[in-house]
Design a protein around this ligand. Structure first.
Ligand code: HEC
Length: 146
């Protein structure tokens, strides 16, 4: 048996896996408008989860790095839901500075970020639990800005 035949094409597969989250985001941008304007409410058990990095400047800085590349195109650099991709979306990307979202628990925002709805794709496989909490920690800093 020729040993070169048993070599698995690992690098090709890894590249494919890394590309899927980008494809998912692009597909969501191109998707037609979703008719999901009903209130979006996290399950009580998820909403009650505590953010282990709440208020940490270091966590917010890590979250910011992901936010600026992945989230800002839709949610805007200052979190007002006015990124360049927002114009084509209905419902619009959330404006984090609204009273309603400021009043939501970290657990609720974490659950929505993880599960997604419509154009807001689920991010639970793209980012680790730690990274998702860091993103929520960063979003909280945007709410403080006027
Ligand atoms: C393709 C555009 C798009 C991208 C990219 C995107 N979002 Fe969203 N996001 C949306 C839309 C649209 C909604 C509103 C969905 C709805 O209400 O059905 C939303 C809603 C949310 C909500 C729920 C707000 C609430 O309380 O109702 C959170 C939290 C959120 N996004 C976080 C993020 C984070 C963090 C990222 C980056 C990792 C991100 N989003 C990337 C479009 C996007």
């Amino acid at each position: 048996m020729n040993p070169s035949n048993t070599k698995a094409p690992v690098s090709k597969f890894a590249a494919l896996a890394a590309g899927t989250s980008v494809i998912a985001v692009l597909a969501a941008i191109a998707a037609p408008a979703f008719a999901e304007n009903a209130p979006w409410v996290a399950p009580a058990s998820a909403a009650a989860k505590k953010n282990p990095f709440s208020g940490s400047a270091q966590a917010a800085a890590s979250g910011k790095q992901i936010y600026m590349t992945t989230c800002a195109p839709c949610h805007g650099a200052t979190g007002r839901g006015d990124g360049p991709a927002a114009a084509a979306l209905n419902p619009k990307p959330a404006n984090y500075t609204t009273k309603a979202i400021a009043a939501e628990s970290d657990g609720s925002l974490f659950w929505k970020l993880s599960e997604g709805r419509g154009a807001m794709v689920p991010f639970k496989t793209a980012y680790s639990e730690k990274q998702r909490w860091e993103l929520i920690t960063y979003i909280r800093t945007l709410q403080g800005k006027k």
